[in-house]
Design a protein around this ligand. Structure first.
Ligand code: PAF
Length: 288
């Protein structure tokens, strides 16, 4: 017999009451924030959460604040039944799946978290307002669930940087834990948006991990940052169907573009459009 799906809470008061009772009994809470359309990458976050706390809360909410007007909010895949089936038997205590009206009962929100200057570069330059919207809903989720730890995926590296900054800047008493990117056997980073890709587009998407691997190989062979970036660009330039948004190397401490003579561990990032689908990927590089 297949395991039962986890229980669902759709109200803030219901979730708080449930978690308050657990905390009163001395149990710790881990939160995995998601927008649903769960894949093995999300399940790796859930497994990590289960190892870190007594209770695992998975939130499923497609947050309109983090989508631009021309983005895929309306067509973003939503299938709660499939998500609950994917979470069955994974040690999830409760799924928090609020409606739009539950999260934003007064309509357009008045108060937002600002992601600051790092929120305006790289993904933030292509997606104005995205990181403010993302941080606003993450702040709400942290305030609603009050978790001891919240678990995020490394693939969204700029998101992780900004969530860490928000938690530090606002003294939020939640530890942020990061899980390595889960990849398909051909190297493509798992993403809910991969579902949009045709077979041909998916093959083209392999240029993203390919470019990062080329940069990494160049760095491992002793290349400095500009040559490592060139190696990545050569792969991206040769790829069909791909419209490059950016390829960059940042200092992980600041998320600012690393200087050409940077040495140590840097983060390479790439974003590209394939048809109407925007994909991102990232890898650490050891320079010098
Ligand atoms: O990474 C995501 O899926 C979203 O940005 C998050 C953190 C769930 C906030 O909506």
């Amino acid at each position: 017999m297949s395991p039962a799906p986890p229980p669902v809470e759709s109200t803030i008061d219901g979730l708080r009451a449930r978690l308050d009772a657990e905390r009163a009994a001395g149990r710790t809470v881990a939160l995995v924030p998601t927008m649903g359309s769960l894949h093995e990458g999300h399940l790796a976050l859930v497994d990590r959460a289960a190892a870190l706390a007594d209770l695992v809360v998975v939130s499923i909410f497609v947050n309109p604040l983090q989508f631009g007007p021309a983005e895929d909010y309306d067509r973003y895949p939503r299938d709660l039944t499939a998500d609950l089936a994917a979470l069955s038997g994974r040690g999830v205590s409760v799924v928090f799946a609020p409606t739009l009206a539950e999260m934003y009962p007064r309509g357009p929100i008045n108060t937002r978290v600002s992601a600051g200057a790092v929120g305006e570069i790289l993904d933030g330059a292509s997606r104005p307002g995205h990181f403010d919207g993302m941080l606003t809903v993450v702040a709400k989720l942290l305030l609603i669930a009050g978790p001891d730890v919240a678990v995020f995926g490394e693939k969204d590296a700029q998101q992780v940087f900004l969530v860490n900054r928000m938690v530090a800047d606002l003294d939020v008493p939640t530890r942020i834990d990061v899980v390595s990117t889960v990849r398909a056997s051909d190297g493509l980073a798992l993403s809910s948006r991969n579902a949009y890709l045709s077979t041909e587009q998916r093959a083209a998407a392999l240029a993203l991990p390919g470019a990062l691997a080329a940069a990494r190989a160049a760095a491992e062979a002793g290349a400095a940052l500009p040559a490592a970036l060139e190696a990545a660009l050569a792969v991206l330039d040769a790829a069909p169907l791909l419209e490059l948004d950016y390829v960059a190397v940042v200092d992980p401490a600041t998320f600012r573009p690393a200087e050409p003579d940077f040495t140590g561990v840097a983060r390479a990032l790439v974003a590209a459009r394939i048809g109407a689908t925007r994909l991102i990927d990232t890898q650490l590089l050891h320079l010098g």
